[in-house]
Design a protein around this ligand. Structure first.
Ligand code: LRH
Length: 472
C-alpha cells in the first residue's frame, strides 16, 4: 500500500489528508482540519504564512504517527505569492488578494496594453486580484520591497521551497497569474515585457508530477518526496472528476469555479466579452471557466451570526432555508460590494434597496438569498460557456464543499435545467493525492485515476425538478 499526504489549502480553511491506494481503490484519511484566518500585517490584509507553514509540519507529524508516508503535495488557492530576497528569505508577509489595492493599477493598464491584447496574450479573465496586477501594485506602492525581490513564488511554490530549498513554479498555479501564454502554457514573454517585469523574477515552470526534492533533513521526518501536484486547487479538483466524456464542472468552495475541460484554449470574442478564463490543468489541458464568488457570502453570513452569538452548522442553515417558501431578493454575488469581509446582511439589504427588491428580515432569508443568487450566477455562467464553446452539456459535476448540500445541488439542477452529479466533496485533496500516485507510477494516467475515483466515491445524481424558480 502506498500512502501519500495531501496538504490542501483553501482560502478559508485547510486540511491534511493521507491518501491510501490499494486494490484499485483510494481511501482518504483526514488527519485534521484547520482554519485559514488572515492577519493584518503593516496595515494590510495578509496570510498568516508561518502559521500556515506550521500546519504542514503538523500534517507531516500527525500522518507519520499513523502511516509510512512516501510523498507529499501541496495545493492552494491561486493568484497570491511571496517575494524572496537575495538571501533566499521571504520579504515581509504575502498579501491577501482581498487586501491588495489594484483599482488604480487596473485603470492604468491600458497605458501599457489594451485589455483585448492582454486577454489575447494570457487568455485570463481580467480580475483585479490577478498576480500581474498585484505585482504592479507592489511595484507602485512598495518599490522598496519590489526592487529587493529576486524571485516571486506562488504560495504553494513558497511552501515547497520552505520544505525543500528548491524554487520552481508548477504550471497550473502559474496559469492564475495573468502572465502565462494560454497556448504554450509557459511564461508569456510578451506580457512580461509589456509590463517591464524582470523575467529573472519568475522561476522555471515545471509540469505537474515533477519530483521536486526531499523534505529537508532539518524537519526530521525521514525521506518524504515533495511532488509538484496540480498546485492550483481548481486544477486538482478538476483532475479528480470521474467523468469520461465532455462535462461542466462547478468546483464549489469559497470561490466557485464554473467551467469545462478542453484540449485547447478559447480566445474568441465571446470569451473575452464574458470574461471567461483559460487556465492550465493536468497535461496542459485548458480549464475554460469563470472565477465566480462561491460560498464566501454564506461563510461571511455564518460568521456575522456567530459574532451575534448564533452558532449554525451548514446542515442547519440549509434546513432552515429549505423551509422558507417566500420569495427572497437576488443579488449579484460578484458585485464588488460583497468582496471584502464585513456584515453581509447590511450589504444585502442595501443591494435590495437599490434594486427595488424586498429587504430580507429573517436569518433564513439572508441565506436563501445567497444560495439562490449563486445558483442564478452559475446558470448565467454556464450559458456563457456554452455560447463561447458552441457546445451544449447535459451534466454538471459539482465538487468541493458545496457538493455536500443536497439542497444546493437540487437547486442548481432546477435552475440550470441540467443533471447535477455531486462529489467528490474532497476533490482538491483527492486530485492532489491522485497526481502524487501518478508521479510515483502507482497509477498509469489521469483517465485511469478518474476510473479509480468512480470506484471509490459515492456520486449522487440530481435531476431538475419543476420548481417555482425554474418557471421564472
Ligand atoms: C479558488 C481560487 C481561484 C481564485 C483564487 C483566489 O480557490 O484558486 O482560482 O483565483 O482562488
Amino acid at each position: 500500500m502506498t500512502n501519500v499526504l495531501a496538504m490542501d489549502f483553501g482560502a478559508s480553511s485547510g486540511r491534511a489528508i493521507v491518501g491510501r491506494y490499494e486494490n484499485g481503490k483510494i481511501r482518504l484519511d483526514e488527519m485534521y482540519r484547520f482554519e485559514n484566518v488572515p492577519i493584518m500585517f503593516d496595515d494590510k490584509l495578509s496570510w498568516d504564512i508561518n502559521k500556515l507553514f506550521s500546519q504542514i509540519e503538523l500534517g507531516i507529524n500527525k500522518s507519520l504517527e499513523k502511516y509510512k508516508v512516501t510523498s507529499l503535495g501541496i495545493d492552494t488557492w491561486g493568484v497570491d505569492f511571496g517575494l524572496i530576497d537575495e538571501y533566499g528569505d521571504l520579504i515581509g508577509v504575502p498579501m491577501h488578494y482581498r487586501g491588495v489595492d489594484t483599482d488604480k493599477i487596473l485603470a492604468r493598464v491600458s497605458d501599457f496594453i489594451t485589455l483585448q491584447d492582454l486577454y489575447d496574450s494570457t487568455g485570463n479573465q481580467i480580475m483585479k486580484i490577478n498576480t500581474l496586477f498585484q505585482i504592479l501594485s507592489i511595484r507602485e506602492y512598495y518599490p522598496d520591497q519590489y526592487f529587493r525581490t529576486r524571485k516571486i513564488l506562488m504560495i504553494s511554490d513558497l511552501f515547497n521551497y520552505m520544505l525543500t530549498g528548491k524554487m520552481a513554479t508548477e504550471r497550473s498555479i502559474a496559469s492564475t497569474t495573468q502572465l502565462t501564454n494560454p497556448y504554450s502554457k509557459d511564461w508569456s514573454r510578451t506580457t512580461v515585457d509589456n509590463f517591464n517585469i524582470n523575467s529573472q523574477l519568475l522561476p522555471n515552470i515545471v509540469d505537474e508530477g515533477n519530483q521536486l526534492g526531499y523534505v529537508k533533513k532539518s524537519f526530521n521526518c525521514g525521506d518524504i518526496q515533495v511532488i509538484n501536484v496540480c498546485q492550483h486547487d481548481t486544477a486538482s479538483a478538476v483532475l479528480s472528476i470521474p467523468a469520461s466524456g465532455p462535462f461542466l464542472f462547478i468546483s464549489c468552495g469559497t470561490w466557485s469555479l464554473v467551467g469545462t475541460e478542453l484540449n485547447h484554449p478559447i480566445l474568441n470574442k465571446k470569451a473575452l466579452e464574458y470574461n471567461l478564463t483559460n487556465e492550465s490543468g493536468f497535461n496542459k489541458t485548458t480549464e475554460f471557466l469563470k472565477n465566480c464568488t462561491g460560498l464566501w457570502i454564506v461563510q461571511e453570513l455564518k460568521r456575522n451570526y456567530h459574532e451575534d452569538g448564533i452558532e449554525l452548522s451548514y446542515e442547519e442553515i440549509t434546513k432552515i432555508v429549505e423551509d422558507i417558501t417566500a420569495k427572497t431578493c437576488l443579488i449579484d454575488t460578484d458585485d464588488d460590494l460583497f468582496n471584502e469581509p464585513g456584515d453581509m446582511r447590511k450589504r444585502i439589504s442595501s443591494y435590495a434597496t437599490e434594486t427595488g427588491q424586498k429587504i430580507p428580515q429573517e436569518l433564513g432569508e439572508f441565506f436563501k438569498c445567497a444560495y439562490e443568487s449563486l445558483a442564478k450566477k452559475y446558470n448565467e455562467t454556464i450559458k456563457e460557456i456554452e455560447d463561447a464553446t458552441g457546445e451544449s452539456y447535459q451534466d454538471i459535476h459539482v465538487v468541493g464543499g458545496g457538493s455536500k448540500s443536497d439542497y444546493f445541488c437540487q437547486l442548481i439542477a432546477n435552475v440550470t435545467h441540467k443533471n447535477v452529479l455531486s462529489g467528490p466533496a474532497e476533490a482538491t485533496a483527492l486530485g492532489n493525492v491522485l497526481m502524487q500516485l501518478i508521479s510515483l507510477d502507482e497509477i498509469e494516467n489521469v483517465a485511469a485515476a478518474r476510473k479509480i475515483v468512480a470506484n471509490s466515491v459515492d456520486i449522487k445524481r440530481f435531476e431538475p425538478l419543476k420548481s417555482k424558480l425554474m418557471e421564472e
